[in-house]
Design a protein around this ligand. Structure first.
Ligand code: CDP
Ligand code: MG
Length: 140
């Protein structure tokens, strides 16, 4: 299986509750390596650009407000099958449906404030990584 990279965000509900370390530990315990990381505070416009695929959804405005409400931690995770593995460690979008032991089951507050983002396919991973990081910042 090929080494793969995916994009991850630790969302404002989690940074606000000081859960960054606990969430990174979940990634590392699953065999994912943090090869780039930065803590930033998005503007609502920047959050809107990132989530533009959801622009027509009823939750879009609230989602952009939330993503700009406190700092996030943007990361690139590397590992075997990293995209699927990260989605597995994250758990289902709605924490009520997330499997026991997943990040969202343990930490998410609601379907909107659900602690983490993770890319869903190689194409989105590439676009999302490039939105947040230059090649020079992918340090391994
Ligand atoms: O994050 P994930 O890929 O699991 O879910 P998504 O369907 O791509 O939705 C993106 C984000 O929108 C979710 O992680 C939630 O923060 C938010 N969302 C929401 O607020 N209400 C929903 N009914 C669905 C998603
Ligand atoms: Mg998604």
């Amino acid at each position: 299986m090929a080494l793969e990279r995916t994009f991850s965000i630790i969302k404002p509900d989690a940074t606000r509750r000081n859960l960054t370390g606990a969430i990174v530990k979940k990634f590392e315990d699953a065999g994912l390596r943090v090869v780039a990381s930065k803590r930033i505070h998005l503007s609502k416009a920047q959050a809107g650009e990132f989530y533009k695929v959801h622009a027509e959804r009823p939750f879009y405005d609230e989602l952009c407000e939330f993503m700009a409400s406190a700092p996030i931690v943007a990361q690139v995770l590397e590992g075997e099958n990293a995209i699927a593995k990260n989605r597995e460690v994250m758990g289902a979008t709605n924490p009520a449906d997330a499997a026991a032991g997943t990040i969202r089951a343990e930490f998410a507050e609601s379907v909107g404030e659900n602690s983490v983002h993770g890319s869903d396919a190689p194409e989105t991973a590439e676009v999302e990584i490039a939105y947040f990081f230059s090649g020079l910042e992918l340090v391994g």
